[in-house]
Design a protein around this ligand. Structure first.
Ligand SMILES: Cc1cc2nc3c(=O)[nH]c(=O)nc-3n(C[C@H](O)[C@H](O)[C@H](O)COP(=O)(O)OP(=O)(O)OC[C@H]3O[C@@H](n4cnc5c(N)ncnc54)[C@H](O)[C@@H]3O)c2cc1C
Length: 400
């Protein structure tokens, strides 16, 4: 029987980066992923790094440390992450007051520059100047998220970590360690960390544990490489998804019922019309977010695609016409937009690393710090407890 110090479930951006950081510290790690081509949030993410969006001392320092790590990863990982600086243009439509929108950025680390439509089009010629009242310009960065997760995984394996494909059904804590019961095998370890994104609450519930974490269903369109050339990431200056998350996380009743198949649509869907282009020329645009409480929700791909294209056509008409595929996935979030990092309940052997609202900006540094904490628990490295990470414990919401 092979025994691992840490088993990580899920190889999206959270699991892949944490596995890499742990292996670098000499921890024996098994990373379990259910699907080689999982339709995960990392797979369908835009990959924008909003390193300017820190609002507290902790998120500011995590964002600054993460940006440094993204830069270092370019040389340190075995595969390209496609990291680049790429400006963000935040669109303001005619129903909004540009100054009022600008003021909503007052608490962020960096302040945007207010642009007229003509100035915005100079930076991003694909924009329709008549479709916007103004825009905000932010310095921003970008990675290809699935390429980055794969780069972390491949480097982790080269450094001695292990990886396997299996669907984890339950986890049980025993006197001699944790058992991770997969569809194919049972795995043994000292600690297990769930990096299972939107599936976290359900997997914990099947294992007799509870957590206050939620998910939205995101829908977007992905295209093949095309001849258009976007020079920026274009998003609404006011993102609707964050308000949707806030209102969906008030009552846990419907989420618990959702685990047993009682689907509820908690809030009307929102559409954040935006787009960006990857290094290979493919586009990703959308995006609809829904708070249906079942992991298997209902939506009509044709109606969704039509809605996304018609809204995007107002600001990026040429992008909105590029043929593409409708895709969907779940995106995990917490009630306060901060991640859930640490033990579920009193038993330190089952922990989570999930629920980031802007993961590309925060995950690399949080993974590094969390790995240090896990390794110091096992006396592999000497380290003072990370007091800042303590503020991200899942127990801050009760229930777990
Ligand atoms: C359209 C879109 C655009 C986005 N744009 C941005 C952006 O610009 N910037 C940003 O920071 N964020 C963005 N996000 C959010 C971000 O992509 C996600 O929050 C992030 O990728 C989540 O990573 P994760 O590792 O927590 O979860 P996931 O990527 O969902 O990974 C979870 C993994 O766990 C595996 N898994 C689950 N259950 C099991 C099980 N039982 N057994 C084995 N494996 C299991 C899954 O297969 C999956 O691979 C966007 C998301 C979407 C959908």
């Amino acid at each position: 029987m092979q025994f691992y110090e840490v088993i990580i479930i899920g190889s999206g951006i959270t699991g892949a980066s944490l596995a890499y950081e742990l292996v670098r510290l000499g921890v024996s790690v098994l990373l379990i992923e259910q699907d080689k081509n999982a339709p995960s949030a990392t797979r369908y993410s835009y990959g924008g790094i909003s390193y300017w969006a820190g609002m507290t001392d902790l998120t500011r320092s995590l964002a600054a440390e993460s940006l440094e790590i993204h830069r270092e990863n370019v040389g340190a990982l075995d595969l390209p992450t496609e990291f680049r600086e790429l400006p963000l243009i935040g669109t303001i439509d005619h129903s909004q007051d540009p100054i009022a929108v600008l003021k909503t950025y007052a608490f962020f680390t960096k302040q945007p520059q207010l642009l007229t439509p003509a100035e915005a089009v100079e930076l991003e010629p694909l924009l329709n100047p008549d479709g916007i009242a103004a825009a905000l310009l932010m310095p921003h960065a970008h990675i290809n998220p699935i390429a980055t997760a794969n780069a972390y995984c491949q480097t982790m394996v080269r450094l001695g970590g292990h990886r396997t494909y299996d669907r984890v059904l339950t986890i049980s804590s025993e006197s001699d360690g944790v058992r991770v019961h997969g569809k194919l095998e049972t795995y043994h370890s000292d600690r297990v960390i769930l990096c299972t994104g939107g599936g976290t609450r359900s997997l914990l519930r099947d294992s007799g544990l509870a957590i206050r974490q939620y998910f939205s269903h995101a829908e977007s369109i992905e295209t093949d490489p095309c001849d258009l050339q976007m020079r920026s990431v274009v998003m609404p200056a006011e993102i609707g998804r964050f308000e949707l998350e806030r209102s969906a996380a008030i009552d846990d009743g419907p989420w618990e019922a959702g685990l047993t198949g009682h689907n509820q649509d908690l809030t009307p869907p929102i559409l954040d019309a935006g787009a960006l282009q990857f290094a290979d020329g493919s586009l990703r645009f959308g995006q609809i977010s829904r708070t249906q409480t079942s992991l298997a929700p209902q939506s009509s791909p044709e109606t969704s695609e039509q809605w996304m294209r018609s809204e995007l056509a107002k600001i990026l008409p040429k992008v909105a016409q590029v043929p593409g595929r409708w895709v969907t996935c779940t995106v995990a979030f917490s009630a306060d937009h901060l991640p859930l990092v640490g033990p579920v309940g009193d038993d330190r052997r089952v922990q989570v690393f999930s629920g980031f609202s802007n993961p590309m900006a925060l995950v690399p540094a949080t993974a590094k710090r969390f790995a240090h904490q896990l390794a110091s628990d096992k006396n592999l490295v000497a380290s003072e407890p990370d007091k800042e990470l303590q503020t991200l414990l899942p127990s801050r919401f009760g229930m777990s």
